[in-house]
Design a binder for this molecule. Structure first.
Ligand code: C5P
Length: 223
């Protein structure tokens, strides 16, 4: 069977990462969480007080940032920033509130897209994000565009945060999702939009297992 590239894009908190992770496990593919990469850059900018309006500072910071993924003992991919495990730190509200503004910066996107293309070069990869099927891999073999209604997404995200011992009001989660969707869809640089050849998957009334089965079925048909 030939190795393919699977691009999963969509709005915040509609199950892209959970689906992509499971699909990659089933197919024995590499999973790349591109949102985690933008989150890691944001964490670095926050911790190092990088002035995001100053291109020189941003450029210097990007040279100092090295992002990688490692599989832990539970077979889960975790994000590393300059050799440190930042998987937990990048999921905090502090980062969630800043990640979309940081992701509008052209130099940040250029650096991330270059790295993502390198990571997917060997194919056999499931990549999730906002611009994978439109910009990173416009010729991906399978493109999925995921969505779900707002409250469903907010409940799921709140549960994820609670599972990580972070108590957050539902209102705050809703506000953050809306804010990120707005910035992600309206930014000048590679805004979130559905690729013309993407298959739409609305996950509002669908279980994770069903989502995964559907994507695996479509992937197998392309191999
Ligand atoms: O996927 P996740 O919700 O963790 O992504 C966090 C943020 O990173 C998104 O809201 C978006 O602003 C940005 N992002 C992006 N392009 C990607 C992946 C994520 O701009 N490919």
């Amino acid at each position: 069977m030939r190795k393919i590239v699977i691009a999963i894009d969509g709005y915040s908190a509609c199950g892209k990462s959970s689906t992509a992770k499971e699909v990659s496990n089933i197919l024995g593919y590499r999973y790349i969480d591109t949102g985690a990469m933008y989150r890691a850059v944001t964490l670095y900018f926050l911790d190092h007080h990088v002035a995001t309006t100053n291109p020189k500072e941003v450029g210097k910071a990007l040279q100092d940032i090295h992002i990688s993924f490692k599989i832990n003992s539970k077979n889960k991919s975790e994000t590393y920033l300059n050799g440190l495990n930042v998987e937990k730190a990048i999921r905090t509200m502090r980062v969630s509130e800043m990640v979309s503004p940081v992701s509008t910066i052209k130099d940040v996107r250029v650096a991330m897209v270059e790295q993502q293309r390198r990571m997917g070069k060997e194919r056999g990869v499931v990549m999730d994000g906002r611009d994978i099927g439109t910009v990173v891999f416009p010729h991906a073999d399978l493109k999925v565009f995921m969505n779900a209604d707002l409250l469903t997404r907010a409940f799921r995200r709140q549960k994820e945060l609670l599972d990580r011992d972070q108590m957050v009001d539902l209102d705050e989660v809703v506000e953050n999702i809306l804010q990120r969707d707005k910035i992600d869809t309206t930014r000048a640089e590679s805004p979130l939009r559905q690729a013309e050849d993407a298959v739409v998957l609305d996950t509002t009334h669908v279980t994770l297992e069903e989502q995964v089965d559907e994507v695996v079925r479509m992937a197998l048909a392309k191999m």
